[in-house]
Each structure stands twice: as C-alpha cells, then as structure tokens.
Design a protein around this ligand. Structure first.
Ligand code: ATP
Length: 225
C-alpha cells in the first residue's frame, strides 16, 4: 500500500515485525511525521497498521533478496521488532548489517538474544519486558525513585524525590558529586518548572531531581538512600 505523505521530520524508517512493539513503534513514528515502511511476514499484521504507515510490505525479513529489494540501506533507521522468532531476528539483523543498513535498532527477547545482536553490531537493543520490570522493581524498592533509565551502557539517569536532609541546602554545600559520584542534572520544582542544576542551586521541599552517573554509583546511591 502506498500513500502520499508529507513528512515534517523527513525521516524514513523501516519497522520489521508488527507485534505489539512494532505496531506501537510504527504508530508513534508515523504520527510524529516519519515515513514508515512496516514489514511483516503475516499479511493480517500489515493490514492492521495500514492506517498509520506509509507503506506496508508482506515479506520474510530474514531473506537477503527481500531486504535488498526493499533497499534497506536507504532508510535512516531500521527497527527489528521480531521477538519470539529469535532466529529470524538474528538473521534479519545480520543481513541488515551486511547490506549496510544505518542505525539498526532491535528488540531482544532476553540477555542472550541481546548479546548476539550486540555482537552483530546492532546499534541499540532493548529488552522491553526486562527493562520495564527493572524500572518498576526499583520504584518498589525505593518509593522515592520515580523512574530510572540506562541512557548508555554503564550510565544511568534517574528521577528521584529530594532527600529530606538535602532540603534548603545548595548542591555545592551538599558535595553531592564528591560524596556519591553522581551529578544533579536538573531540578523539578513543585510547580513543574525545570531549573538547571548549578552549584548554587538550593534544593527545596517537594523538589524532584534528575540525577545521572555511572550505573554502579547511581544504583548504590538509590538502594542505600
Ligand atoms: P510483541 O511482544 O511485540 O507482541 P513478540 O515478541 O511476541 O512481539 P513475535 O510475535 O515473535 O514477537 O514477532 C512479532 C512480529 O514479527 C509478528 O507479527 C511476526 O509475524 C513477525 N515476524 C516473525 N518472523 C518474521 C520474519 N521472518 N519476517 C517478518 N516478520 C516476521
């Protein structure tokens, strides 16, 4: 299916595998102005995304000739959202890499799957179930943590409640970086305004703060505070 589409963002993305993850990926990219080619081996899956994709293709995305024909290297990014069929996901990633596809992102089923994708050279890998479980577990263990995210491998960012002992003190005075090896990046005031965190910024009651640092340091800080 072809549709004339005026793209605001002007990015062309291929989404391979239209389960829940691939479908939401397609919808979000399309609604935000990307041109999306949505590919699945099952026709009913492609039909389901026809209203919010630029092109749909019914094809086996682990087949080299197919990906070559679709000119996969011409896309700004390729999202491989095949989860359950690990073999198809791995072969697809390998072929994309061999065809010089740019910016390959993939959903993995588990750590082993993620490791293989990483070895192939996939640029960004998520394990959605594990990632959300870890985030939720962290907020259960420490309710003053609102969210935590591994931004880069080995580097975490977290949104937390200001510690009671930090209220009415400046970042410099608290020596946060020196004591905990973490950085306060932004302060969110009670009225939802954002304040750049500088040495003289004074933390106030009901503030939320965004902190960043090495994963080990952030986890140590979060689980101990
Ligand atoms: P989700 O959690 O996102 O619903 P899932 O992990 O259950 O997905 P699968 O159902 O295995 O993932 O795969 C998602 C989609 O990928 C399915 O619609 C399936 O038809 C499609 N798919 C599987 N193998 C291939 C392939 N070789 N080529 C293209 N699409 C494929």
């Amino acid at each position: 299916m072809n549709k004339k589409f005026k793209s605001a963002i002007n990015k062309q993305i291929a989404v391979i595998g239209l389960g829940r993850f691939g479908t939401e990926m397609t919808r979000t990219l399309f609604e935000n102005g990307c041109e999306v080619m949505a590919i699945d081996i099952a026709e009913e899956r492609t039909t389901a995304v026809a209203d919010f994709s630029t092109h749909t293709v019914v094809a086996d995305a682990s087949d080299e000739a197919t990906l070559k024909r679709l000119d996969i290297a011409s896309f700004d990014a390729v999202v491989i959202a095949i989860g359950g069929n690990m073999q198809a996901s791995i072969v697809c990633a390998l072929v994309c890499k061999e065809l010089n596809a740019k910016n390959i992102m993939a959903k993995a089923q588990d750590n082993k799957h993620a490791k293989i994708l990483q070895k192939i050279g996939v640029n960004q890998i998520v394990i959605p179930e594990a990632d959300s479980a870890i985030r939720m577990a962290t907020t259960i263990i420490n309710p003053s943590v609102f969210d935590i995210l591994e931004l880069e491998e080995g580097y975490d960012v977290a949104k937390i409640e200001v510690l009671p002992s930090w209220i009415n003190k400046s970042i410099k005075e608290l020596e946060i970086r020196k004591k905990y090896s973490i950085n306060v990046l932004t302060v969110i005031r009670q009225d939802n305004t954002f304040v750049n965190a500088i040495a003289d910024t004074v933390l106030m009651e009901n503030d939320k703060i965004i902190i960043g640092g090495l994963t080990d340091d952030i986890r140590k800080f979060i689980y101990k505070s």
